[in-house]
Ligand binder design. Structure first.
Ligand code: UD1
Length: 367
């Protein structure tokens, strides 16, 4: 148990992934597991609630970087992580996903010659200039060990000459979904959010290309109104703070009148609402997979998805932010398609990551 691994997280989806890997590391006694929270997400519903619900120990270090432009936020994280790495000298740095926190953590470690492992490696999608895609590509190229959720992710790494560092372990988010599923309470959630009477769509939106300019955001809201009118569905939309701000900036609040806008939700509430919904509309990478875990179909409001398996299987559909296209695509979601089971492992991805990394660290010690 001589090694110390520093796990760097900062944004909502990463807390979920860390909950699984951190718990496996502690359970298996693999190393001393130290958690660093960059502070990229800081509102209670974007951060603290995940720690409570997922029964995670408080982070060992909090860097308080907060929000800002991409350059500023990434730079702030880079400086603060480097200081910490110099002080603590971990044997390995663990990063997750595709956020500014991820790329900053990987870069700080790589420059200090500390090995880096990336969980959820090998995801690739268009547009190549979206911030998350830039973060993934850079992180994968910096990392020494690349843990993939699916066979496709591993193939993507091979195409970039990174195959030898890659390994398919499954998706830690699936592990968590299976573990906490007994706590999801669709009936309670329907009551709490006033959607017991009618079937509903559960929607989330936060991507820059959907919410940072007026037109797509307007079309999305009109599309939701159409789904209500055309199919008699309620639309429940937990509003990400970025989206909340844009609705105000563009004075679009009137268009949200028929929707059920709610604050960002904790994991257990969101999954409860998910299990009770008719279908999902989302631009979130994590949430489109969770929809699949819950056997719900989704309109993915992106030009492409990192989880192409889901679209290729015909389970989810890509859709442009255009009200008419949304109504048409939604109708197509109603067609029956066999559930493409088993795309993201068997619920033991966390253990696999930890065992593989323990072997990697052991081999380094014996060099
Ligand atoms: C980030 C990740 C994205 C991930 C998402 C999950 C990057 C580039 N993107 O996007 O991959 O899917 O998290 O939610 O890292 N804000 C608050 N309170 C908070 C956090 C943010 O009010 O606790 C507001 C701020 O105005 C901020 C904006 O939301 O400027 C955007 O936050 P930011 O962390 O920059 O990116 P996300 O859109 O959350």
């Amino acid at each position: 148990m001589g090694n110390m691994v520093m796990s760097i997280v900062g944004a909502r989806p990463q807390f979920i992934k860390e909950a699984v890997v951190g718990a496996a590391a502690r359970r298996l006694g693999a190393w001393r597991h130290v958690v660093v929270h960059s502070g990229q997400h800081y509102d209670v519903n974007m951060s603290d609630i995940f720690f409570t619900q997922l029964a995670m120990p408080k982070p060992d270090h909090f860097l308080g970087i907060g929000s800002g432009s991409h350059g500023r936020q990434t730079a702030e994280a880079l400086v603060r992580v480097e200081e910490l790495l110099l002080a603590e000298r971990p044997d390995l740095v663990l990063v997750y996903g595709d956020t500014n926190t991820t790329v900053a953590g990987a870069l700080a470690a790589a420059k200090l010659k500390i090995p880096v492992a990336h969980v959820e490696a090998g995801i690739r999608q268009e547009p190549k200039d979206m911030p998350e895609e830039i973060n993934r590509v850079v992180t994968d190229h910096l990392a020494d060990r690349l843990y993939c959720c699916s066979a496709l992710a591993r193939k993507n790494l091979e195409a970039e000459g990174l195959g030898a560092r890659g390994e398919v372990v499954g998706d830690v988010m699936y592990d968590l979904f299976l573990t906490l599923r007994p706590l999801f309470r669709p009936e309670n959630m329907k009551k709490k959010f006033g959607v017991e009477e009618r079937p509903y769509v559960l929607a989330t939106l936060h991507r820059d290309f959907n919410v940072d300019t007026r037109e797509p955001l307007t079309e999305l809201l009109k599309g939701f109104a159409e789904l209500r009118r055309e199919y008699g569905l309620d639309v429940v939309l937990p509003v990400h703070p970025r989206t909340r701000q844009r609705l105000k900036d563009f004075a679009l609040e009137d268009l949200t009148a028929g929707l059920r806008l709610v604050e960002p939700l904790g994991y257990v509430e969101l999954m409860g609402l998910l299990e009770g919904c008719t279908a999902v509309v989302t631009d979130s990478g994590g949430f489109q997979k969770e929809a699949y875990f819950a056997e719900k179909r989704a309109l993915v409001m992106m030009p492409d998805t990192g989880w192409r398996e889901l679209v290729e299987a015909g389970w989810h559909r890509l859709c442009a932010p255009d009200a008419q296209e949304m109504t048409r695509a939604f109708a197509a979601l109603g067609t029956s398609v066999p559930y493409p089971a088993g795309l993201y492992g068997d619920g033991t991805a966390g253990d696999r990551v930890v065992r593989a990394l323990a072997a990697f660290l052991g081999a380094r010690e014996n060099r």
